[in-house]
Design a protein around this ligand. Structure first.
Ligand SMILES: [Zn+2]
Length: 221
């Protein structure tokens, strides 16, 4: 029997709450989207496949190894994006959480294969530059994970738009990854609206650096 302070139990509960956050932030509909959380060094928990958000429970989250295979007897089938998440965890030891959404504005940029340009201080803060677009890849294999890792290698952004698909966001924790997904949709919407009014002005790279450094290292309590 697991003890009540078992970190796996609290992580299952946190992951359930974070999935609710995606719904509240209107980043997901029906069963689309998912959050995962690294457990120790070589496991992660992820949303079960095709289960509506309202039906998610801590127990329904699927514990997988870093190849994306469930490790517990009788577990539900993991999200169809499980291999993409697994690839990210294998190649980015700094990542503790991964989020995937088809949030409307960000995905509209992805559908046009256009990065969201860094024209807002909030973007400089959170993303340290543009939110890049990664390659198109079919769901189900490792190609999506490879696209995420390779695209983010050359960017400070914790979010990437996968062409014709949607958003993947990463973070040191699952909560940080959810925050990046929420912020990604927020700035994608603002920059889109700005575009309707004219051409948004880019921030100077030195200002982006300054804002990013302050927000990442000095902001908050
Ligand atoms: Zn998707």
């Amino acid at each position: 029997m697991a003890l009540p302070d078992d970190p796996l139990i609290s992580l299952r509960a946190e992951l359930t709450v974070l999935h609710r956050t995606l719904v509240e932030a209107e980043l997901v509909v029906w069963t689309a989207g998912n959050v995962s959380a690294r457990v120790g060094g070589d496991r992660f928990l992820i949303k079960p496949s095709g289960v509506p958000y309202a039906d998610l429970t801590p127990q329904s989250m699927v514990l997988c190894d870093l190849d994306g295979h469930p490790v517990e007897e009788g577990a539900l089938k993991p999200s169809s994006d499980v291999y993409a998440h697994a690839y990210v965890y294998r190649h980015r030891p700094d990542v503790g959480g991964v989020v995937h959404t088809h949030s409307t504005y960000a995905t509209a940029w992805a559908a046009r294969d256009e990065a969201v340009p860094c024209v807002l201080t909030a973007m400089a803060d959170e993303f340290g530059g543009e939110i890049p677009v990664g390659p198109f890849a079919l769901i189900g294999g490792e190609e999506i994970g490879k696209g995420i890792v390779e695209t983010l290698e050359s960017h400070r952004s914790p979010a990437v738009l996968l062409r014709n698909h949607g958003v993947f966001a990463i973070g040191a924790s699952p909560r940080a990854a959810v925050k990046a997904a929420v912020m990604c949709e927020d700035v994608a919407r603002t920059v889109h609206v700005s575009r309707q009014l004219g051409e948004p002005l880019p921030l100077a790279p030195s200002d982006v650096d300054h804002l990013y450094d302050r927000y990442q290292n000095a902001y908050g309590q």
